[in-house]
Design a protein around this ligand. Structure first.
Ligand code: PBG
Length: 336
């Protein structure tokens, strides 16, 4: 940019005097078309079970999730991302419930697609909701096995797609899973099913409330047998170039859309990924970001509605094409 404006010829405040001129000069705006609604489902009949660490959200029964899909359609929200709370009794070290074609995720997908076929349903491909150790992959001798996990994830994705999922979103961060899933989907006639890759996903403290929301198995205390965090597969938050390499691999393997996660603390990554690849790029405003804003608002420390729209607009300004957010229905109402 070669702007050479000088005071007093240039007075940037001229363009901020009135609402109409602020609207006229606004560079980025949020619309309902930018929203992907993240929601959690559970297997019981209770329509809503509030999530303590995420006030204003609840785990929904399959039936309530179908109603949520109708609500999304009415509000104009294009897509819903569904995450499961699995009963502890169904969890084991292998996460085999992830491969149950009549399990919670598949039932929710079918119910939502029945209720509102015009809403895109996105599913999470990862094992952590299903494993008793809480990791996203298979654990052996304190190591998360890569290729063995990819084989399971591929099966999981296929089962979810057969249930009607429109977008599969691997969030596990195993190497090579996008290519493996693409190959399996194509081999089974699902060449039109989209993959949104969690291409740059960081090991983050901001996922805390989510693990409560889905009742994730408690990660180990850091013993050799059960690592206490996900740093051997999720990315180190000090890194940027590595995100670009991760994205490049996923694009080469067939990712249609890219996701950066967490959201607000990683807008630099969103901006760089969008600039370098020009792919449809999304950001995930994660549970911890949601919880922080809710907590501050509950204390009267910030204006919740304004903070929601401002934070979501910030993603657009950084270059995101859309945002996965627990605030989606609220934001859609505010925009409406
Ligand atoms: C794991 C997964 C996580 C989230 C979505 N998928 C947590 C993790 O990686 O431990 C987090 C979502 C959120 O915090 O809102 N497959």
């Amino acid at each position: 940019m070669n702007f050479t404006g000088r005071y007093p010829n240039s007075r940037p405040r001229r363009l901020r005097q009135h609402d109409w001129v602020r609207r006229l000069t606004r560079e980025n705006r949020l619309s309902v078309d930018d929203l992907i609604w993240s929601l959690v489902v559970h297997e019981g009949v209770e329509p809503e079970i509030p999530v303590a660490s995420m006030p204003g959200t609840a785990r929904l029964s399959v039936r309530a999730a179908a109603d949520a899909a109708k609500r999304a359609a009415k509000l104009g929200i294009p897509s819903i991302a569904v995450f499961p709370f699995i009963d502890g009794a169904k969890k084991d070290a292998s996460g085999k419930e992830a491969l149950n074609p009549n399990g919670l995720v598949c039932n929710a997908v079918r119910a939502m697609k029945d209720a509102a076929p015009e809403v895109g349903v996105m599913v999470d491909v990862a094992l952590d909701p299903f494993t008793d150790h809480g990791h996203d992959g298979l654990l052996r001798d304190g190591r998360i096995l890569n290729d063995e996990t990819v084989a399971v994830l591929t099966e999981q994705a296929l089962i979810q797609v057969k249930a009607g999922a429109d977008i599969v979103a691997p969030s596990d961060m195993m190497d090579g899973r996008v290519g493996a899933i693409r190959t399996a989907l194509d081999a089974n006639g699902h060449q039109d099913t989209m993959i949104m890759s969690y291409a740059a996903k960081y090991a983050s403290a901001f996922y805390g409330p989510y693990r409560d929301a889905i009742g994730s198995g408690k990660l180990g205390t850091g013993s050799v047998a059960n690592p206490g965090d996900k740093r051997t597969y999720q990315m180190d938050y000090g890194n940027t170039d590595e995100a670009i390499r991760e994205v490049a691999m996923d694009v080469a393997e067939g990712a249609d859309m890219l996701l950066v996660k967490p959201g607000l603390p990683y807008l630099d990554i969103v901006a760089r990924v969008k600039a370098e690849f020009g792919m449809p790029t999304y950001a995930f405003q994660v549970s911890g970001e949601y919880a922080m804003m809710k907590a501050a608002a509950a204390n009267g420390w910030l204006d919740e509605n304004r903070a929601i729209i401002e934070s979501l607009t910030a993603f657009k300004r950084a270059g995101a094409d859309g945002i996965v957010t627990y605030f989606a229905p609220r934001a859609a109402e505010l925009l409406g």
